[in-house]
Design a protein around this ligand. Structure first.
Ligand code: PLP
Length: 399
């Protein structure tokens, strides 16, 4: 065992008993380079982070420029930081009208927490509604919203009251009533097994939340910034929520999250008491500069449209994988789920595929579903390579 691996296992608090454990030497484009000289095609892009692939020169240049100008200078919200202002302005221009107030955070979970606090403050209510299969992050309140009881149980009591409703079930939405401060939903569930809701669901949810006076939060941490074939997945459903939570691809590979939304909701964070929701590092200038450079590339290169086309072709090809093992292929854009006949098959397929040089991964709340979320820039030949590796891996698994 290499000494670095030994130190990794000894010094870092582990998140599972079986980490993938690639020793990363470098990363460029769609490829990860390991210390042992092997390279791996990255079909998960840091779990939906690296929309432009690894080491994009425009992002690297923006990071260098901002680092040369200044790093952290003050707790969030006090000084006028050009990188934050420019990114907020750009996001506001790209989101549906009325959602242009932006509060930057460090991560997705932190943005979810802030959205929940703003919703309570605005409505004076306490309740939250989330959905079975959902994933919203691992801090206490975000975890309380997660739809898999196995992950919540060891950490209770969590923030509440939270009601979990079945995803994509219009009939269940009557449970949203005047006790509910906010309803949070992923426009496509990722960890829930890449579940795309039926078109009427989000519209019915929008209507029901408005009737009940509850704030509707779209969690676009994973789906935002082009992943599903639109810049924001809300565009698929023609629905405008009250708040949108972003992270992952937002920082271009740097840590960054955001709550974007209606002025009258987010302004509540500034008073009663003032400074009642603050963060030291949220909206770090280097993250915002990297994020703006990445966003300009995503928009300028029309990567959402590309993701839609390439994703559709990819799903068609994946649907030809051996039907003894693969039960369904679904997704939107370049967020793709492959559902296997059993969790064991999904696990063995993933391990074989990674072993053969293509990295993909599981979903937390659906153990039969393997998820693909490659860079939006991935080349067609790279996907051809991935498909042939997946075919070989499946053949090996099925014997
Ligand atoms: C839909 C969704 N929401 C929230 C989060 C939490 O984001 P973070 O890991 O940055 O806290 C994730 C992370 O995977 C996510 O997929």
């Amino acid at each position: 065992m290499s000494s670095l691996r030994e130190s990794f296992l000894r010094c870092l608090a582990q998140t599972s008993e079986a980490p993938i454990g690639l020793e990363i030497e470098g990363a460029r484009g769609s490829w990860l380079y390991a210390r042992d000289g092997r390279r791996y095609l990255d079909l998960i892009a840091g779990i939906g982070v690296n929309a432009l692939g690894h080491g994009h020169p425009a992002v690297a240049a923006a990071i260098g420029e901002q680092a040369g100008r200044h790093l952290h200078v003050m707790v969030y919200g006090e000084y006028i930081i050009e990188a934050q202002v420019r990114l907020a302005e750009r996001l506001g221009a790209l989101l549906p009208p009325g959602l242009g107030r932006v509060y930057f955070t460090n991560s997705g979970a932190e943005a979810v927490e802030g959205a929940l606090k703003a919703a309570r403050k605005r409505t004076g209510r306490t309740g939250f509604v989330a959905f079975d299969g959902a994933y919203h992050g691992d801090t206490m309140a975000a975890l309380a919203l997660c739809g898999n009881p196995a992950f919540r149980a060891p950490f209770g009591p969590l923030v509440g009251p939270v009601t979990h409703l079945p995803y994509d079930d219009v009939g269940a939405l009557v449970a949203i009533d005047e006790r509910v401060a906010a309803v949070i939903v992923e426009p496509v569930q990722a960890e829930g097994g890449v579940r795309v809701p039926s078109p009427g669901f989000m519209r019915a949810l929008r209507e029901r939340a408005a009737q009940a006076g509850a704030i509707l939060i779209f969690d676009e941490v994973l789906t935002g910034l082009g992943r599903t074939g639109k810049l924001f997945a809300l565009e698929h459903w023609n629905v405008v929520p009250d708040l949108v939570v972003l992270a992952k691809a937002l920082g271009g590979g740097m840590p960054l999250g955001a709550i974007c939304g209606r002025e009258e909701i987010l302004e509540t964070l500034a008073r009663d008491p003032p400074l009642g929701h603050i963060t030291t590092f949220g909206g770090h200038p280097v993250s915002c500069a990297a994020g703006l450079a990445a966003l300009e590339m995503i928009v300028g290169e029309r990567l959402p449209e590309r993701a839609a086309k390439v994703g559709e072709r990819l799903r068609k090809r994946l649907a030809t994988l051996d039907a003894r093992a693969v039960r369904a292929v679904r997704g939107l854009g370049l967020l793709v789920g492959i559902e296997f006949a059993s969790a064991e098959l999904a696990r063995r397929f993933s391990a074989e595929t990674i072993d053969r040089g293509v990295v993909l991964n599981w979903t937390l709340n659906a153990d039969r579903v393997v998820r693909l979320a490659p860079p939006l820039t991935i080349a067609e030949q790279e996907l051809e390579f991935a498909l042939s590796v997946m075919n070989d891996a499946l053949r090996a698994v099925l014997g």
